[in-house]
Design a protein around this ligand. Structure first.
Ligand code: CP
Ligand code: NVA
Length: 314
């Protein structure tokens, strides 16, 4: 059973097919959509807040002819201690796919191995692969040409600023290596990408790796994309004061953004906290593409679900 728990769960060929499908689904939206999830229900178990992920999956499942079933973790017996394995086995008898947002990445892996339906990672503390695919698709749409969307990403440089140990940083390291991009991360000492992450990168056999620096200006030099994320991810609220203090030098403001390439794009997965990780001025810059990223969550996730359905049982 094929799952989408991390960026590299699709082969490079499948990734290219997912991107091409997302482009065609985007063009067809509102006209025709293949009913690839017809007569199917996909459950969505969320243990954390969400605007974009929840809405884009619910709308996307509906637009593919399926029925989305939103389950807050605390409303089902999982929240009262029923095991992940039993939950996966029971849900597999009722629904055709599972979209999961949770804390521990091992939980999505356990759901995937205990059940008999495809599981999609809708964010864990470790990775946010749906966001990275949407982000890469957004860049490919701008830079790519028909028939070779992904080729346009090769050799481009992304700079990731701020919380360089969070799920978005980890996912972008995997994503950059998958898409042939260069990545420089700048964050405070102690926020280097984790050792756990390094071993995954080694296991996936990537040559490119990443650069880590404590100098934000070094990271953005020659960057095609300047990316940041919240300094206080969901679950890290108790560390808020300390994080805001140590991450302030990494704020993406007009001066730092101007130190990247002249035509560099600004990206943020959202939600954003203006005045913290980024200034309102940068969010409003004509080269800020934050809402294109948000919209593309819908198109890429529809393509991911369609691909998993096609590969079901293979
Ligand atoms: N970017 C993202 O995943 O947003 P939500 O938390 O609103 O889903
Ligand atoms: N790093 C953030 C991403 C939110 C989409 C978090 O985990 O809260």
């Amino acid at each position: 059973m094929k799952h989408f728990l991390k960026e590299t769960d699709f082969t490079p060929r499948e990734v290219a097919e997912v991107f091409a499908l997302a482009q065609s689904l985007k063009q067809q939206r509102g006209k025709t959509t293949p009913p690839v999830l017809q007569h199917q229900t996909w459950a969505m178990i969320f243990s954390k807040s969400s605007t974009r992920t929840r809405v884009s999956f619910e709308v996307g499942i509906h637009e593919l002819g399926g029925n989305p079933l939103f389950l807050n973790r605390n409303d089902i017996q999982l929240g009262r201690g029923e095991s992940i394995e039993d939950t996966a086995k029971v849900l597999s008898r009722f629904v055709h796919g599972l979209v999961v947002r949770t804390y521990d990445h091992a939980d999505v892996e356990r759901l995937a191995s205990a059940g008999t339906i495809p599981v999609i990672n809708a964010l864990t503390d470790f990775l946010h692969p749906c966001q990275i695919y949407a982000d890469a698709f957004t860049l490919a749409e701008r830079w790519g040409k028909a028939g070779d969307l992904l080729g346009s990403l090769k050799g481009r440089k992304i700079a990731f600023l701020g919380d360089t140990a969070c799920n978005m940083a980890n996912s972008w390291i995997l994503g950059a290596n998958l898409f042939g991009m260069k990545i420089s991360l700048a964050g405070p000492s102690g926020f280097e990408p984790s050792a756990e992450f390094n071993s995954l990168l080694g296991k996936e056999g990537f040559a490119g790796g990443y650069q880590f620096t404590e100098d934000p200006y070094e990271a953005v030099k020659d960057a095609d994309v300047v990316y940041t994320d919240v300094w206080v991810s969901m679950g890290k609220e108790e560390e808020a004061k300390e994080r805001i203090k140590t991450m302030t030098p990494f704020q993406v403001n007009k001066k730092l953004f101007a130190a990247a390439k002249r035509d560099a794009l600004f990206m943020h997965c959202l939600p954003a906290y203006p005045g913290k990780e980024v200034t309102q001025e940068v969010l409003d810059n004509p080269r800020s593409i934050i809402f294109d990223q948000a919209e593309n969550r819908l198109h890429i996730q529809k393509a991911i679900m369609a691909k998993l359905s096609e590969l079901r049982g293979k």
